[in-house]
Design a protein around this ligand. Structure first.
Ligand code: TYD
Ligand code: MG
Length: 447
């Protein structure tokens, strides 16, 4: 009888099977399957007739109300602020600054709302040391140091806050389950109980989860479909810049980014981010492009280093853009500009290692490569925007208007773009020198 209520979950990839296997059928890892006992579902007879389907005009439309996180950059990523009753998953590598940003935010929110910060990883004294370092002045923020899910739920019910934070989901456990804290089963079970509690009581809940780049900690990944919003906190240990990036958002647009700097007294938001990814010097191998991250345009430098190779296979590496894109751009240059690159190594790095997903950065990459190859700086104060098609044409770019506006705002004098609609060209005529091109050859001749 009990076997009917059991399911077997791989702790590595989260896949589910109905029986035990020594090796996961999905990810092939050994001894990673753990039995999970499902709680008994309510009887069909009991829930019958409790709800009926309705049509849209019977549903009252409600404007989403939000409260601020205390950081404009954080609010932007959330789609305008925190939505009561919503569940946000904040993921990121250990040590990146998740507890720091959340504690700063909790301090600011608690000036207006009832906030409960649940620390399952650090003691009250450790949190206090961090708190003092962050120079916060709220006296109403409530802290609760606990790892047991039942006690956490009891405290949330008792206090009934507007905003609750779990730091982190991997450190708490449901004592009715045998698996260890941080295992996929525990992470899923604890999250769904907390989520139900949050929805029933209209509490905004922020769950912190450690996620590594190689996905070695699978737990939080398996929660992504469950929560309303998934935000990643990114950065590296060398630079002090940190990026908040929304991956999923039921209440706003995705791929929105917020940029911060980690200082001794915590995180500071950067309101003019284009300045940190560009270096206005005019040197060979460097161009500036403007990409779109969510709703915001962002200027980023693209650096190329092209050297004669000593290897039988030339080396190609990238930081910030995908290696496949680089291979494609090199092939387009060979074919449509007529320059042979098979004897050259080619290294590409974006300013600050910023990850660019917008294909309109292709043109900037191509011009940087050619500039480094010839050892001649590109045109002074010029930015390049356009996606390269395989036949050498420069394709239209999304949100070109906001990109040109950003170039104007930054005081850039020249901009190379795909063919514009007349109205757009007229709008900017006196503000910036716009060069419209239709293929890579024209861009190379101009640069
Ligand atoms: P933390 O928020 O503990 O990371 P996470 O919760 O994601 O594991 O951040 C830890 C790092 O941040 C640590 O290396 C110290 C640094 N830090 C600062 O540089 N300034 C600060 O004010 C604070 C609180 C931390
Ligand atoms: Mg932490």
């Amino acid at each position: 009888m009990s076997s009917k209520l059991s399911t077997f979950i791989c702790q590595n990839c989260g896949s589910e099977t109905s029986q035990y296997f020594g090796r996961c059928l999905n990810c092939n890892s050994w001894n990673s399957i753990v039995e999970e006992i499902k709680s008994k579902r309510s009887n069909y007879q009991e829930i019958k007739n409790s709800k009926k389907s309705i049509s849209f005009n019977e549903i009252s439309s409600k404007k989403i109300s939000r409260f601020t996180s205390g950081f404009m950059e954080f609010d932007r990523v959330l789609g305008g602020g925190i939505v009561p009753g919503s569940v946000v998953l904040l993921g990121g590598e250990p040590g990146i600054g998740k507890s720091t940003i959340v504690l700063q935010s909790a301090g600011k929110i608690s000036l207006n709302e009832k906030v409960l910060y649940i620390t399952a990883e650090e003691s009250l004294e450790q949190v206090k040391i961090r708190w003092e370092r962050l120079n916060q002045n709220s006296i109403d923020l409530k802290i609760f140091a606990e790892t047991n899910l039942s006690l956490i739920i009891e405290e949330i019910k008792r206090l009934n806050p507007n905003f609750a934070i779990i730091d982190s989901i991997q450190a708490i456990h449901n004592h009715e389950m045998q698996s260890a804290p941080g295992s996929v089963s525990q992470v899923r079970a604890c999250s769904s109980e907390l989520q139900n509690l949050a929805k029933e009581n209209n509490i905004a809940l922020l769950i912190i989860g450690h996620v590594t780049k190689d996905g070695a900690l699978a737990g939080p990944k398996t929660l992504e479909h469950l929560v309303d919003t998934v935000i990643n906190f990114e950065g590296d240990n060398i630079s002090s810049h940190r990026l908040l990036r929304s991956i999923k958002n039921r209440f706003g647009s995705t791929f929105e980014i917020g940029i911060f700097e980690m200082l001794d007294e915590g995180l500071r938001e950067i309101k003019n981010p284009s300045s940190i990814f560009t270096n206005k010097e005019n040197i060979s191998g460097v161009t500036t492009t403007i990409t779109n991250e969510g709703t915001r345009p962002l200027a980023v430098d693209i650096q190329a280093l092209v050297n004669k190779t000593f290897y039988s296979n030339p080396r190609r590496t990238t930081t910030g853009i995908s290696i496949n894109r680089l291979h494609q751009i090199l092939a387009v240059i060979e074919k449509h500009v007529g320059i042979k690159l098979s004897e050259f190594d080619c290294y590409i790095a974006t300013g600050g290692g910023f990850e660019i997903n917008d294909p309109s950065s292709d043109l900037g990459v191509a011009i940087s490569i050619l500039s480094s190859l010839k050892n001649i700086p590109p045109l002074t104060s010029c930015t390049f925007i356009g996606e390269l098609g395989l036949s050498g044409q420069v394709r239209k770019s999304n949100n070109l208007r906001t990109k040109i506006e950003e170039a104007v705002r930054l005081g850039i004098k020249n901009i190379v773009v795909p063919k514009l609609e007349e109205e757009l060209n007229n709008n900017f005529q006196n503000l910036i020198n716009i060069k419209e091109i239709s293929n890579i050859k024209e861009a190379v001749d101009y640069s």
